[in-house]
Design a protein around this ligand. Structure first.
Ligand SMILES: NC(=O)c1ccc[n+]([C@@H]2O[C@H](COP(=O)([O-])OP(=O)(O)OC[C@H]3O[C@@H](n4cnc5c(N)ncnc54)[C@H](O)[C@@H]3O)[C@@H](O)[C@H]2O)c1
Length: 252
């Protein structure tokens, strides 16, 4: 398939959280392919280093910064390093998350805090860290990753789904407060995307059930999610802000 090239993404300074594997890996590859200058963080060291190696011949080799986003001091130091090494941040993609399953009885106060830390809190603090650079540059784009899960009310995912519902509120609030600075903020809501981690949760029969519940045939791949992210991050989407965009093949 011939995919779109966005001239406005060339040379843009892009930061992606959780870029080492899954959808994040697809985002890193896609933005590097547009000639953007990409930095990403992750806790998956081996996967992240392998990705950087694979893209070593790109015009701008991506920069990997190891960081556990649950640690806000570490996140702030890492974001400052990303900004210094890229010379600014124009596009922030808040992608990292963790969809571990749990029952109501499993949840302790400490687990609640930890799930909000891995799925919600870092998105605000990464935005807070990137906003001054975006303002200095005259604008920017923030993409927060939500999830179709809470729209469907999937089982055994209460805290993940609670965090993912809140992300849509975070998007709308940031979009309101940052609009006059020409900073756009949107949510991307994936359906079920075929990644290594999802193979942990779904058997081939489970995958077939998902496809049957979609309007369209076919499994969504990270590259399909990246296509939406690139449009929303590009100048082509200059008047798109404060909203939630689904890429779910019509899963209902
Ligand atoms: N794959 C799907 O079907 C699907 C569906 C709906 C929403 N999403 C959302 O899309 C985004 C990407 O999902 P994915 O499927 O690629 O997930 P994934 O689990 O495959 O990848 C997430 C990445 O984030 C990293 N990460 C996790 N915790 C971290 C931490 N504390 N600090 C730093 N990095 C950390 C992981 O190491 C991994 O590289 C997430 O926000 C997820 O909720 C995915």
């Amino acid at each position: 398939m011939n995919r779109a090239i966005y001239p406005s993404l060339k040379g843009k300074r892009v930061f992606i959280s959780g870029g080492g594997s899954g959808i994040g890996e697809g985002l890193v590859e896609a933005f590097v392919g547009q000639g953007a200058h990409v930095a990403f963080c992750d806790i998956a060291i081996a996967e992240s280093e392998a990705l950087v190696e694979r893209l070593a011949d790109a015009p701008f080799k991506p920069l990997f910064l190891p960081c556990d986003l649950r640690d806000i001091d570490a996140l702030q130091a890492m974001m400052a390093q990303a900004e210094a090494e890229l010379g600014g941040i124009d596009i922030l993609i808040n992608n990292a998350a963790n969809d571990d399953r749990h029952t109501i009885e499993d949840v302790t106060p400490a687990y609640w805090e930890e799930r909000m830390a891995v799925n919600l809190r870092h998105k605000f603090f990464a935005a807070q860290a990137a906003i001054p650079a975006m303002k200095r540059a005259g604008g920017g784009a923030i993409l927060n990753f939500g999830s179709i899960s809470w729209h469907l009310a999937l089982p055994d995912l209460i805290l993940y789904q609670t965090a993912k519902a809140a992300i849509e509120g975070l998007t709308r609030s940031l979009a309101r407060d940052l609009g006059r600075d020409n900073i756009r903020v949107n949510t991307i809501i994936p359906g079920n995307v075929k990644t290594l981690r999802q193979e942990k949760w779904y058997t081939p029969e489970g995958e077939a059930e998902i496809v049957a519940a979609q309007c369209l045939d076919g499994r969504i791949l990270p590259v399909d999610v990246a296509a939406l992210a690139m449009f929303l991050a590009s100048d082509d989407a200059r008047l798109c802000t404060g909203h939630d965009y689904f890429i779910d093949a019509g899963w209902r």
